[in-house]
Design a protein around this ligand. Sequence first.
Ligand SMILES: Nc1ncnc2c1ncn2[C@@H]1O[C@H](COP(=O)(O)OP(=O)(O)OP(=O)(O)O)[C@@H](O)[C@H]1O
Ligand SMILES: [Mg+2]
Length: 355
Amino acid sequence: MATLTLQSLGKSFGTTAAVTGVDLVVGDGELVCLLGPSGSGKSTVLRMVGGFEGPTAGRVLIDGQDVTHLPPERRPTSMMFQSHALWSHMTVAGNIGFGLRLRGLSRADVAQRVDAALDTVGLPGYGPRRTDQLSGGQAQRVALARSLVLEPKILLLDEPFASLDQHLRERLREEVRDLQKRLRITMVFVTHGQDEALALADRIVVMDRGRVQQADRPDRLYRAPATPFVAGFIGQMNLIAGEVAGGRFVQGAMVLAAPVADGPALLAVRPEALAVSFGTGAGRLHRVTDFGSHAVAEIDLPEGTRVKAHLPEAPDAAPGMPVTVTPRRHTLYRDDRVLWVSDTAPGAAPVAVDA
Ligand SMILES: Nc1ncnc2c1ncn2[C@@H]1O[C@H](COP(=O)(O)OP(=O)(O)OP(=O)(O)O)[C@@H](O)[C@H]1O
Ligand SMILES: [Mg+2]
């Protein structure tokens, strides 16, 4: 059991700022996912926690103790790397049991724990295999077993399931989740799969260009994204740039109440929060896709933005038909921050006038 604290953590490689000002507390037994696009600094943060990369700013604390300058083997952490090199001169069992043997466990204890770990990752009986006789996905599972078997206080996993097929990924995800809860391991899990993060995490840390954009519960990220980046990154979002003037957000024919200071603003509306009526309006229907359970209408607004709206069923409407869109719930952003959230509940009177 352990608490992880990152304070103003930063890392520059020469003039490249890979990670900037990361503040984060991961609670005892909490599973936190780092989520973000390629190059956003996820692996660099994880490597600094594991002790494989020295920060150029800030501190890493585990249970309140400063471990910033401790080598990996003196930290109560275990890390599975994004590119997991197995030792090719050892068998699968040799790889998994290596850390246990270093700790002086008896041969029988090592064998028993290695077997249990192989069961966990769905590779029973693979102990005697050579590592060059494994598929990519099998090698990945062996690397996972090698991290799990040490039962670390803090487990660091860098895209552990990236090259596995969907079915196996979902199974292992559940295994890891169960194990993490059972052993109450504090865990930091890097992924760039949104679904994976949503399925696994107690909290998700969304990163972009080396900075934390938002660290929050999965449902909060969806319902209350703190920045336009998070709004566009988690789920689908229509983002429409416009101006606020005299208490109204204006973009083309769209006018919304916005009791905030004048200036530029970015309007964010989920496709399911965009009401559509066909036959009149300045928008033009581009296309309708019928997904069976619902339909998606793509609509071109006069100023050039194409927005998506969810409909309960496919309308009887041809491309080019005039359309009015009305946000039922929306957020305005300015300077990367929330400016205003409409409080109009779904079904209540629309706040918009025409589009
Ligand atoms: N050893 C290094 N030397 C120089 N630059 C590096 C080094 N390691 C990482 N970087 C840079 O730091 C930034 C963050 O890299 P990092 O590997 O942390 O990203 P990531 O979020 O893990 O990406 P991915 O999803 O592709 O794995 C990138 O711009 C990367 O090029
Ligand atoms: Mg990475």
